[in-house]
Structures are given as structure tokens and as C-alpha cells.
Design a protein around this ligand. Structure first.
Ligand code: G3P
Length: 491
């Protein structure tokens, strides 16, 4: 497979089975059905999947596709479908890109075209954003106003000669695109590049763009079998989540951690060693002695824990690990989550002066935890740390928190935020790992600015987790995933 000498040529490639390793489009319909349509629609799609498999087996792929389109997309708003395609799907597409195909496709310097059976609306955003594709020839859908009718528009499912006559200037055809799609086949000079059988996916390091933000609840690709596992797990997952919430609210920390472990929840914490004597108070001394952590030992002022933000329950896990209550300051948490929280939560208003005052007052009353990223991130990246914490306390304990889930993400941008902790706790084995890093003393008397301190703490936590530090903010995340600035509009 070579594109030598064709660096300025335009290329057309098929998506399913060429650029993407898999030909199976069911998971993408399941994502839209679940994220934009809800669990009931997703369940209907799952129940109909044996019929879809049979149709595909009998080579009636286009009928199977039309059924999936009708069930997954019928009645949905165009904007909803586009939003899911942009926020929840790219992660799964990237995960399935064939490394060898991407190498060929990206090496052609001319215009790039992709042909797909899937509805164009479900793939276009990804292909343009991540693969710099100029045009997508996919199945067009019928809309009534802003609502999708779940029907295919003329000339029908993107098969065979449906797009004949388009893009006559394409020089390179990748894979069997010429045979299957009579696109440019009257072109004088054309090259056919064969797709090799190598099914290695593109490694994360070679992604055309780093994948930092994404949305959607599914952790694993929702194939028929995975979706079946999710729906079969749901009743037990709901019971488990309620139990775990009650454990957090009703049981003392020591007992709670044991009972939570019995339900399959893992909490691991590396605490600071307790030393008896003070060594030094110079700025940035990594002092862990008792006299430098008076809060812990009840001597008047308290400790500010600065924690990376993975899910809503980071502060609860931190309190569980410390086995004592802490107050969490939050930037935007739903009222239901506040009510369910077993620890005290206080909302910040994104008003520097007022928030600073609130935090100072709280810190005089007890230990405080803040997640200065202001929003969660699912991937191994840290967002920019707001410097406010560095203006509040003299003693800071950075906490490197990492959370893992295998079935559901416990965070959302477009979904119901009030269900975030519930979804996380519905996982079979929700997993938390906390590392309490050595404390920083003399922060307020330090010559460094609060911005420098914030970056310093970000780096410490990033190193501990092996995560990359970024300058991205909550605003960047919400702009990319939801098209808004993520501002909490409640008073
Ligand atoms: O990930 P987000 O944007 O829902 O952020 C939730 C945070 O807990 C806000 O403090």
C-alpha cells in the first residue's frame, strides 16, 4: 500500500471497514439512541438487533440500516443528533481507526472525501474535526422542520451509483470504493490503493488531535453484546447505587469503607506519613509533620486539600480516605447532588472576591477541599488550575485523584447532571485512587504569584498521576461539547 508521488492528490475512502476497522454501525446508532433518545429507545434498538443481524446476514444491509435509522433517529431534533455526533461519538470512531489506512489517507495532500453508508449527520462533524475531510458522501435523512423523520432522503442509502458524477477530479481511491461506489469512475487517471488486512487500531499517541473531552455515558463500545450486558446489569446497578449512596450517608467512615468494598467499590488512598517533629516552614517545604498540619490535629486553623477533579464525588472519597468530614467547595453541582452528598458542600459563585471570602471563612471552621479545575476531565489530562486556592490558605495538601469506571461515566455535559454520582455508583466496580502529596507550607508568604503556585500544584498532581497538564478550562470543555460556556445559571 503506497501513496508515493501522490502527495497532492485528492483521495476518497470508504469509512466502514476501510478507515474504520469495523463494518458494524450498530454501536453508533445505539449511542444516539441512548444519549439523544433515552434508555427506552436504546432498549427497543437492542431488542430489534437479532432482526438486524439476520437481515445483514442475508445481505439486506440497507434494510437493516433503514430500520436502525428509524428507531434510533426518528423524532429526534437535528441539533440533538449533531450534538451527540460531536460530543459522544468521536471517542469511539478514533478508537476504531485502522492505523495503516489512516497513514495512507493522511499522506494524500489534496482534498479528502469519505463515503459512508451511515447518515452523514452522524459522521460529518468527526470526519471534519479529526480527519480534515472536505466532503462526506453519506446517507441523507428526511427532516420535518428541525425533527428527523427517521427516513432516508433521495437518492436513498448511500450505495452503488447513488453518488455517481460527484467529485470527478478524485485521483486516489482507497480500498474497494471504486468498485462499490461508482463515484468518479470515468476519471482518466486514477489510482487504487488497497487496504491491507492489518487491523491494528491507531494508537492514542498518533491520534490526529488529542482526545481530551468527550461526553456520553457508555464507557465500552455499545455493541449488541455490550449493550445487552449494560441493560441486564441496570436493575442490579440501580440497587447497588442506592446502597452505596446510603452507605456514604448513614455509616461511619471506617465501617462505610468496608461495606462499600463489599459491594465491589474500590477506594485506595496513599496518605501522608505522620511525623512527630517540624522540620521547616520555608515556602514550598514539603513538610508533613503534625505541627504543620494543625487542622488534622485540631489546633485552630485547618487544611486546604487541592484535588484533581475526576467525578463529582472526589471530595466524598477524600473525606472517606481521611476518615473525617471535610467541606467541599464546588462550582456547579445540581441541587439533588447537594442533597445526596454525605459531606457539607458550599457553592462558589465565580466571583473572585466573594468566593475567596467564603473559602477563608470555611477554612477557619474546618478542613476544606477544592477542585480548582472547576470541571471534571475523563482523560489523562489536567485542566488549568484556578489560582484562587493559593490566595486562601497557608498550608495546602495537593491530592492526586483518579477514578475508573467500566460501564458508565459518572460525568456529563449534555445529560442529567443530577444523575452523575448515581451513574458512577452504578458501575460494577467503581475504582478510586487517591495520593495525598506532601504538603506545601508558607504559601501565602511565598514570593510566587498565585498563578505560579496554581501551575506548580497542577504540575505536582500531573506528575503523580502521569497526566498531561493543559491550559484548557471549563469554558473550553463546554464550548466544545455543548456549545455554551458552562456557566451555572442558578443563583
Ligand atoms: O464536570 P462538571 O462540569 O459537571 O463539574 C462538576 C464539578 O463538580 C463542579 O464543581
Amino acid at each position: 500500500m503506497s501513496t508515493e508521488g501522490k502527495q497532492t492528490h485528492s483521495i476518497v475512502s470508504k469509512l466502514e471497514g476501510n478507515l474504520l476497522i469495523s463494518k458494524n454501525t450498530f454501536p453508533y446508532f445505539m449511542i444516539v439512541a441512548f444519549e439523544a433518545g433515552g434508555p427506552l429507545r436504546a432498549l427497543i434498538l437492542l431488542l430489534i438487533s437479532p432482526v438486524l443481524c439476520l437481515l445483514e446476514w442475508l445481505c439486506f444491509e440497507t434494510i437493516a440500516l433503514q430500520i436502525m435509522i428509524f428507531i434510533a433517529l426518528g423524532g429526534l431534533k437535528m441539533a440533538e443528533i449533531k450534538a451527540v455526533a460531536m460530543s459522544a461519538m468521536p471517542r469511539f470512531y478514533l478508537d476504531d481507526i485502522r492505523a495503516s489506512a489512516y497513514k495512507v489517507f493522511s499522506s494524500c495532500g489534496g482534498k479528502k472525501y469519505v463515503v459512508t453508508f451511515m447518515p452523514k449527520i452522524m459522521v460529518e462533524a468527526f470526519l471534519q474535526e479529526y480527519l480534515n475531510v472536505d466532503s462526506v458522501f453519506g446517507t441523507e435523512l428526511r427532516f420535518s422542520g428541525e425533527y428527523c423523520l427517521g427516513l432516508v432522503a433521495k437518492p436513498g442509502v448511500m450505495v452503488g451509483a447513488a453518488q455517481q458524477g460527484m467529485c470527478k477530479h478524485i485521483k486516489v481511491g482507497f480500498g474497494d470504493v471504486f468498485a462499490e461506489h461508482s463515484i468518479i469512475f470515468n476519471s482518466q487517471e486514477k489510482y487504487i490503493v488497497a487496504v491491507d488486512d492489518n487491523t491494528s487500531p491507531l494508537s492514542r499517541d498518533n491520534y490526529p488531535k488529542p482526545l481530551i473531552f468527550h461526553d456520553g455515558r457508555f464507557v465500552a463500545r455499545p455493541t449488541v453484546l455490550n449493550s445487552l450486558a449494560v441493560f441486564m446489569w441496570l436493575p442490579l446497578g440501580i440497587i447497588l447505587a442506592i446502597m452505596r449512596l446510603l452507605i456514604g450517608r448513614l455509616l461511619p467512615y471506617k465501617l462505610g469503607i468496608l461495606v462499600a468494598a463489599a459491594t465491589g467499590m474500590k477506594i485506595r488512598a496513599k496518605l501522608l506519613p505522620k511525623r512527630k517533629t517540624c522540620e521547616t516552614h520555608v515556602p514550598y517545604s514539603r513538610c508533613t509533620c503534625e505541627s504543620c498540619d494543625p487542622g488534622q490535629y485540631g489546633k485552630g486553623t485547618y487544611t486546604l486539600y487541592v484535588c484533581s477533579h475526576r467525578t463529582l464525588i472526589d471530595p466524598v472519597i477524600l473525606a472517606t480516605a481521611l476518615q473525617r468530614p471535610v467541606t467541599a467547595v464546588t462550582y456547579s453541582v445540581s441541587r439533588i447532588s447537594e442533597l445526596l452528598s454525605p459531606i457539607n458542600t458550599v457553592r462558589l459563585r465565580r466571583d473572585r472576591a466573594k468566593d475567596g471570602e467564603t473559602m477563608r471563612t470555611l477554612l477557619k471552621k474546618g478542613d476544606l477541599v477544592v477542585c480548582p479545575e472547576g470541571t471534571t476531565c475523563r482523560e489523562p489530562y489536567l485542566l488549568r488550575f484556578s489560582p484562587l486556592f493559593a490566595e486562601i490558605a497557608d498550608v495546602i495538601v495537593p491530592v492526586a485523584a483518579e477514578a475508573k469506571s467500566t460501564m458508565f461515566y459518572g460525568t456529563t455535559v449534555r445529560g442529567y447532571k443530577c444523575l452523575d454520582s448515581f451513574f458512577f455508583l452504578m458501575n460494577p466496580n467503581p475504582d478510586y485512587n487517591l495520593q495525598f502529596l506532601e504538603k506545601l507550607s508558607g504559601v501565602r508568604t511565598s514570593e510566587k504569584s498565585s498563578y505560579e503556585l496554581a501551575n506548580f500544584v497542577q504540575k505536582l498532581i500531573g506528575n503523580a498521576l502521569g497526566f498531561q497538564c493543559t491550559n484548557l478550562t471549563r469554558k473550553d470543555k463546554y464550548k466544545m461539547l455543548a456549545g455554551n460556556d458552562g456557566r451555572d445559571t442558578r443563583s
